[in-house]
Design a protein around this ligand. Structure first.
Ligand SMILES: [Zn+2]
Length: 162
């Protein structure tokens, strides 16, 4: 069992991390399902993303995350993003950042007004971790914050991946 911690570094940057695992569950094989609309590699499929959103009990928030699974812009290529990812790592706790959300304006985000982009760190992680991490980050993009509940994966910032 690996322990995953999701945490925010600043008010406007919300990251997700998981502990250094022993394996990379992604393997080298093609995975069935629809790729998310991104050139980033270490992503869940569209179906995995949408399945991970089904735990969300708040209708507007769940629908927002489901839409984001197919519509969000996922950034990972730039050195600035990867630098932020490294800086979000917490080596003393053995945590590696998986992704984070930046809110690009002061306009509040909500399930009716989500951020349209997230940043992804391209760290290999088990598929269930990726899917939960994506649903978690997309919930942030839809205005959700830690501790608000609604069934978002890792409400308290920590989850375990089998
Ligand atoms: Zn978070």
């Amino acid at each position: 069992m690996r322990r995953v911690t999701l945490r925010g570094k600043k008010l406007t940057v919300i990251g997700l991390a998981w502990s250094l695992g022993l394996m990379n569950a992604s393997g080298g094989c093609a995975h069935p399902g629809t790729p998310m609309h991104s050139s980033c590699r270490e992503l869940p499929t569209l179906e995995e993303c949408q399945a991970a959103a089904q735990t969300i009990a708040h209708d507007c928030l769940r629908q927002c995350v489901e839409l984001q699974c197919s519509g969000v812009k996922i950034n990972c290529q730039s050195e600035a993003i990867q630098k932020n990812c490294r800086e979000n790592n917490n080596a003393s706790e053995g945590l590696i950042s998986l992704g984070y959300v930046i809110r690009f304006s002061n306009r509040p985000t909500s399930c009716n007004n989500p951020s349209t982009e997230i940043n992804w760190c391209e760290e290999p992680a088990p598929r269930d971790c990726r899917a939960k991490a994506m649903a978690h980050e997309l919930a942030h993009a839809c205005g959700w914050s830690h501790g608000q509940g609604y069934g978002v994966p890792a409400d308290d910032g920590k989850l375990s991946c089998e």
